[in-house]
Ligand binder design. Structure first.
Ligand code: 5GP
Length: 198
């Protein structure tokens, strides 16, 4: 399998976490990029597994030390992707999967475009936007999830609306109406890009 550098974005509630988990189970050569964040862990989230939960001062120091490939302020908290683990994984000819917001994806795209064509980050780059069928369905999913307060849900919905205006910037868009079909479409994209089916 050709080492792919996969960026996936989606409004929260679009089913991205479930789809990423399915991809990780299906492709053993896929490594999940554990982001850093300044937000508090949710119930069931583990430091170093779901995120590296950092105090703001540490996050600010990492920015200063230019350790991030990209970082962004999302829903009032900082999120960032460290450069070092990505390079390590791609150099070992494994694939990297990033789950980041649209602002982060824009930064990654810019960085990748400036690299020489044979750089593994550029050569294997693919970005995918996962869309909910509608904002109403998204609201329903966020409410059913029951992890966020009503005002947080409103903020996430407003953010989702804005994020969806950036869907066209991605190489691929996948509508998550039916989970199985969305997953199959993601697999098709990965298989084509990695040369499993050409
Ligand atoms: P959550 O707090 O629900 O886990 O994530 C909120 C948003 O932050 C999601 O859209 C997610 O994709 C985004 N996010 C997670 N990690 C990163 C990251 O490293 N960089 C950026 N730019 N966004 C991230």
């Amino acid at each position: 399998m050709k080492p792919l550098f996969i960026v996936i974005s989606a409004p929260s509630g679009a089913g991205k976490t479930t789809l990423c988990d399915l991809l990780l189970q299906t492709y053993p050569e896929l490594c999940y990029s554990i982001s850093c964040t300044t937000r508090q862990p949710r119930v069931n989230e583990e430091d170093g597994v779901d995120y590296h939960f950092l105090p703001e001062e540490t996050f600010a120091r990492f920015i200063k030390e230019e350790r991030f490939l990209e970082y962004a302020l999302v829903h009032d908290h900082y999120y960032g992707t460290l450069k070092a683990p990505i390079l390590e994984v791609l150099n070992e000819r494994q694939c990297m999967l990033l789950d980041i917001d649209v602002k982060g994806a824009q930064q990654v795209r810019q960085t990748v475009a400036a690299l020489p064509p044979d750089n593994p980050m550029r050569d294997g780059f693919v970005d995918i936007f996962i869309q909910p069928p509608s904002l109403e369905v998204l609201r329903q999913r966020l409410e059913n999830r029951g992890t966020d307060a009503p005002e947080v849900i409103e903020k996430r919905l407003a953010n989702a609306q804005e994020e969806m205006t950036h869907a066209d910037e991605y190489m691929y868009r996948v509508v998550n109406d039916d989970l199985e079909m969305a997953f199959r479409r993601l697999c098709d994209i990965i298989n084509v890009k990695s040369g499993i089916h050409t």
